[in-house]
Design a protein around this ligand. Structure first.
Ligand code: ADP
Length: 639
């Protein structure tokens, strides 16, 4: 019996696409065929579990190479196909809505068309035609006495013949295409290439993928003794895949040791990961994931070249490396893999962004990772601090990024050093330890506690015993701007705006002083009008003579950060010079003012400003003038 049949219309179109494929990733054909083989064994196995008449057996997928004839065969001892199944499964695209979909694609350009189809459908079996000019399927179903052979050269028709085949299962033979200038198909006949492809895409298929490979063994004499220096080549069965999807095992079965070894082997690290996370969920979305945080941040983490993402598997079959849709930017340092049964095997990179399932998985993974960080923070704070030291900057960027759209899920992960505490603390800890009358969460940008404590703006804050967050990273002040508040308490820079530290009486007193000293302050304002926005009597200084504060809005720190950015060079913080009316120095200034010594007053004003600028870490515009004025005053004082 030999039946020649025509492919169904939509199948033919799909075939045409495969045959003329410009898809560069042709090697996936092997993954597709192995995956089909694995599915077929799954089905057989399932049947054997349910039906006493179907014997269980040693399952295997076998790859055979026939170099002289340029043939590659993938065999399985799975469920097989009967006649109707061949017609329905291989002669037709059995997918619902596929014809409709193809029709809609008529307007798209060829490249998109191809990618979308490869993305949307189980092009699975047909992908063989990307590398083969002829495909032959010999198969015997567990439900059928007879065995059949499907063969096609991928044009209009295919042929089905009855054949003899003892074992239930399928052998798919590809007659490889001739090499072209662009494509070398011979490589699929090389042991090492096949081995690589299996390792890359099908390593975790649960059944052994076997191939006979040449091995050199010592030649033996008739008595079975090895003959020295002589070897012979024999074909030995090799299993190419590891078959162990670690992530699919029960949580109780997975040890830290196993996770560590897996991580190191898979992600080429020589150190154990800092954090390992095994996620296994079922229900609305079903997936397993292994997520790792490396002990050291990857050296190129902050370079353009770094690619974030987790490996993506569906049903144990490798789909792609570094699927960036699976992790948000602020978790770009995570490594790992996700295996889901909810995703199509043929999901393409180009289609990922619109994929709702993937979006759900990504959002679930993000939640789990953040929950793990929170767990670590609450249960092993020492380790958490180590984590934050290495990766905290990413969390900070995450808060700032996208106008703060992720701030609420990240803010509790922040920790800061403060002036009152030995170790960094969370914002929650800060709030819980606020003084009774304290209204604000205070912060100061500096590189050390000592530096903050030495700031003149700290005078009153210190007296009140308020704690102050020490912001060390450039991004920190931007983070504060985005957060605005935490649990209803506003953030306040100790050198910005009004600190609101005084009682009513104290405020009234200051107002009085302000009125009294108005004329001298006005005079100084006039002198410094090109340098600062304002000169005011300070309500925050007790011990120091002057300080510089910024108006609300852009802070000094932000000005400095922005100045490093070549695009935004003109952003300037508003500068206010605050003067302590109770300081001896102010009395000296008042004296020259009263004496109408304009020249000295100008020198004093400029010196005060220079000091304040220096304390804030700014560079002086004219250091020589500063030095000359100093000299002049010192000489004057010594006379
Ligand atoms: P998919 O695997 O996504 O369903 P394919 O085009 O790869 O799409 O395969 C179509 C159908 O052909 C499969 O669903 C399966 O029923 C059948 N099939 C393919 N390969 C085999 C095989 N090795 N053994 C048994 N059935 C197979």
């Amino acid at each position: 019996m030999s039946d020649v049949k025509k492919f169904k219309t939509e199948s033919k179109r799909l075939l045409d696409l495969m045959i003329n494929s410009i898809y560069t990733n042709k090697e996936i054909f092997l993954r597709e065929l192995i995956s089909n083989a694995s599915d077929a064994i799954d089905k057989y196995h399932y049947l054997s579990l349910k039906d006493g008449n179907v014997p269980s057996k040693e399952y295997e997928i076998r790859i055979e190479v026939d170099k002289p004839n340029r043939k590659l065969t993938i065999s399985d001892n799975g469920i097989g196909m009967d006649y109707d199944e061949i017609v329905n499964n291989l002669g037709t695209i059995a997918k619902s809505g596929s014809a409709e979909f193809l029709k809609n694609l008529d307007n798209a350009d060829d490249k998109t068309k191809e990618l979308e189809i490869i993305g949307q459908f189980g092009v699975g079996f047909y992908s063989a035609f990307m590398v083969a000019k002829k495909v032959v399927v010999e198969t015997k179903s567990i439900h059928s006495e007879k065995a059949y052979c499907f063969s096609s050269e991928g044009t209009e028709t295919y042929k089905i013949d009855e054949i003899e085949k003892d074992e239930v299962g399928s052998n798919i033979t590809l007659y490889l295409r001739d090499n072209t200038d662009d494509d070398n198909y011979d490589k699929y006949l090389e042991d090492y290439e096949i081995e690589d492809l299996v390792k890359k895409y099908s390593d975790y298929v649960k059944y052994p993928i076997k191939m006979k490979q040449e091995e050199e063994i010592p030649l033996k004499d008739k008595k079975g003794k090895e003959i020295e220096g002589k070897t012979e080549k024999v074909l030995v069965d090799h299993t190419l895949n590891s078959m162990i999807p670690l992530w699919k095992r029960a949580k109780s079965e997975i040890t830290d040791e196993m996770l560590n070894e897996f991580y190191k082997a898979k992600f080429n690290d020589y150190q154990d990961p800092m954090i390992s996370l095994h996620i296994s969920t079922e229900g609305m979305i079903t997936y397993n994931a292994l997520v790792f945080i490396p002990s050291k941040a990857p050296y190129d983490l902050y370079s353009d070249k770094y690619e974030k993402g987790l490996q993506l598997y569906t049903k144990g079959v490798f789909i792609m490396d570094k699927c960036k849709e699976l992790v948000p930017d602020f978790l770009r340092f995570t490594k790992g893999l996700v295996d889901s049964s909810d995703l199509s095997l043929n999901i393409s990179r180009e289609m990922l962004q619109q994929n709702k399932q993937l979006e759900k998985i990504a959002s679930s993974i993000e939640k789990k990772i953040l929950a793990e960080f929170a767990r670590l923070r609450d249960n092993d704070f020492e380790k958490y601090l180590k984590f934050f030291e290495t990766y905290g900057i990413n969390i900070k960027w995450g808060i700032y990024d996208g106008f703060g759209m992720n701030k609420d899920k990240l803010k509790d992960l922040l920790v800061y050093n403060t002036i009152n505490e030995e170790k960094p603390i969370t914002l929650k800890h800060y709030i819980d330890n606020m003084k009774e009358k304290q209204e604000f969460i205070y912060y100061a940008s500096a590189s050390s506690k000592e530096q903050v404590l030495a700031m003149p703006q700290m005078d009153l804050v210190k007296k009140q015993g308020y704690d102050v967050l020490i912001l060390k990273d450039n991004i920190d002040e931007f983070v504060m701007q985005i957060l605005q508040e935490y649990e209803g308490k506003k953030f306040k820079s100790i050198n910005q705006g009004d600190l609101d530290l005084l009682s009513k009486e104290e405020k009234e007193k200051i107002e009085e002083v302000k009125k009294e000293k108005k004329s001298i302050i006005d005079k100084m304002k006039e002198i410094l009008k090109d340098e600062v926005n304002d000169v005011v009597i300070s309500s925050r200084l007790t011990d120091s003579p002057v300080c510089l504060v910024s108006t609300d809005g852009l802070s000094f720190e932000m000005e400095k950060v922005l100045a490093q950015n070549p695009i935004e060079t003109n952003a300037k913080a508003g500068k206010v010079l605050e003067i302590n009316p109770n300081h001896e120095l102010f009395k000296a200034i008042e004296k020259v003012y009263d004496d109408n010594d304009d020249e000295s007053l100008e020198d004093y004003a400029n010196l005060l400003l220079s000091q304040a600028l220096l304390m804030e870490g700014f560079q002086l515009k004219d250091p020589v003038k500063f030095s000359n004025t100093m000299c002049k005053l010192m000489i004057k004082a010594s006379k």
